[in-house]
Every structure is written in C-alpha cells, then in structure tokens.
Design a protein around this ligand. Sequence first.
Ligand code: NAD
Length: 371
Amino acid sequence: ITIAILKETEADEKRVAMVPAVISRLERQGAALTLEADAGKAAHFPDSAYKNVTIESDRTALLAKADIVLSVQPPPPDIVSAMKPSAILISQLYGTSHPRLVNALKERKITAFAMELIPRISRAQSMDVLSSQAALAGYYAPLLGAVHMPRIIPMMTTAVGSLRAAKVLVMGLGVAGLSALATAHRLGAITEGYDVRPETAEQAHSLGAKFVDTGVDARGEGGYARELTAEEQAQVEKVLTQHIAEADMIVTTASVPGRPSPRLISSAQVASMKPGAVIVDLGAEGGGNCADSKPGETITSGPATIIAPLNVPSALAQHASELYAKNILNLLGLVVKDGAIQLDFEDDVIAGTIAIHDGTIRNDALRKAIE
Ligand code: NAD
C-alpha cells in the first residue's frame, strides 16, 4: 500500500503529518511512502531527511497513487477529486466547519478518519492528537506570557535585595492546563490552578500548585466539564476575582466539547488586574476564555496584556509533528494488517474515528450538522 504525506496549505500551519523518524516503522507495517515536496520544510524536516521515501512535487500524481493520504489540517476540498475512489484520508477533519470537504469525501466514497474524534479511552491514548497537541500548547503558554511580562518569574536574590516570584494562575486543568502549570512551576512561579472538575485538585497539587476551590462541581460526560449555570457562574466569579487580581500571569485553557469557550474572565476582572499582568488565552480558538481577548492578536486592555494565540502547536512544529506522526502510526497499526488495509468496524477506535465511509456520514453529530 502507498501512503502519501500532504504538504499543508493552510496559512500559518507549519506542522507535517509524518516525520522522518517514524517512517521506518511505517515501512515495517508494509507501506511505501510518498512525500509531497517540501511537506516537512516548515517543521524543519527537509526532503533529504526522509529516507526511502519518494518525493513528488506534482500533487495530482501524488494523490493518484495513494491508498492512504495523511494531513494535519482538513485538506482543501479540491484534493478529493484527485484521490483514488475509496482511498483513505487520515487528518483532522472538523467536518461541521468544512461542509464542502465533507460532501466531496462522500461523493468520492473516501474513508475519512477524523483524528479529533479518537475516543478518549485508555487504549486510544497513544493515538489521541487532541492530547498530544494540547500538552505542547500548554507547555508553551507560560513561555509566551513570560516574554510579555515586565518582570521575571522566579524569585531572584541580588546584591540590592530580592525580587518576588511571580504568581501564575492556570484556569482549566485538562491536558493543556496541567502542562502549563508544569512549565510555570519549572520557571519558578508560585502556581495556582482552577477547574470545575474537583478531581483536578489532586493533579494540581502533584505539580506543586495550590487549587482554587470555588465549591462548584461541573463534571460532565466522559471526563469532560459541562457548562455552568448562571448561579454557579456567579459563585465562581466571587471566589476567582481575588485570585485574578493577585496574579502576574493567567493562562486559560477551559473548554466544553462542542460549545464556544466558556468565559472565565470578565472585562471588569481584567480591569482589576495588576499593572503589567499578562493573560495567555488558549481558549482563543473557540472565541476566548477572556471577554477582552481578540483571537489571533496580542492587545493591551487596561492594566493587562492579553495574548490570544491561534494554532499554538504549529509554533512548536518539529515536536508537534513528531507527536502527531506517532499518533498516526499507532492508528495505522489498527488499519494496516499484514501489509493490507483492513477496516474493523467492530473496533471502537476505528468505528468512532471514521467520520465518513462509503458515501455515508457515520458520525452522528456531523450528520445532524450537515444533512
Ligand atoms: P478540554 O480541552 O475539553 O477542557 C480543558 C479543561 O477546561 C477541562 O479540564 C475542563 O474541566 C475545564 N473547564 C471547562 N469549563 C470550565 C470552566 N467554566 N471553568 C474552569 N474550567 C473549565 O479537556 P481535555 O484537556 O481535552 O481533557 C479533559 C479530561 O479528559 C481530562 O480529565 C483528561 O484526563 C481526560 N482525557 C482522557 C483521555 C484518555 O483517556 N484517552 C485523553 C485525553 C483527555
């Protein structure tokens, strides 16, 4: 079987779906690899690093031969007509936001794996791109914040006296938030974490952070949070206002599946912050966790600087691509058996991740949104 690695076309996407270090393991599964020329260049993997891989600069020729096509971002819909009918696409799909792509995949009877749909069960952890990419984004957030701060993070003793360590508050303690807490701790900050799932308290403690207990328990389905009621929202706000006002940096990472980013910081709370304080809003993709955030921009709002970065994993393209590629390798382990493609729809991971197959949308939420 032939696996093609696409060059990403979306502006600001530096990642690539497969990296040289993982190629030999794919070959052992019986695959021949073709790389679109320069596909790894932005992630600092030159074509020459891909050993035993055919380099193809003509995208149409690349797609015509491929049984499986790999991509990071949902590819442009026009690639689908160049794919073999019944071939496989493995990519992030976010189908509800890409209806033209979904329809093209249906028409061409492509089997489309949507990597964001990998079930969040133990067995599939090694394939979970949301987690692998969120861990990196969370790591990076305090670094981004640090370079926008007019002060240092660790305590420093100098000949003229000591500088106090910065207080970093992380709101939302999922994969990204815990990773952010770890970075802030390593930088020497005094750290605090907050989430609406009470089980995160222990996780925060294990990373050297205090937990801000608001008394609200909003555990939802599948280990995720649910939206807060207005009453809960008011209770949370009362407790958090003080912590927001005392923070030198806040990293927000809160998200509720399928909903816009929950608002965790109001304009009034921003106005109450210390002069020079920084907010890094990782909820920017879903509209932002802070009322004043401008997704994709860094702005000042009253006393604070608010950074609301988009596609943070792309800034760490080399490592983000490596983890993404390993996630794909592990998924392919379920798809390619003895050098042939075998789709076992009895397997929860396969069944849950294939969004489109044989002209039909298999994912309920996507079907409802599109049809
Ligand atoms: P996420 O990106 O959906 O949300 C990030 C965090 O925001 C979550 O911790 C959530 O509780 C929190 N949040 C939501 N609304 C909030 C609010 N109003 N105020 C404060 N915080 C709020 O979550 P995630 O990081 O993808 O993962 C969440 C959970 O899923 C974790 O428990 C994680 O361990 C689990 N998980 C399991 C697997 C697996 O078993 N394969 C994989 C990934 C994640």
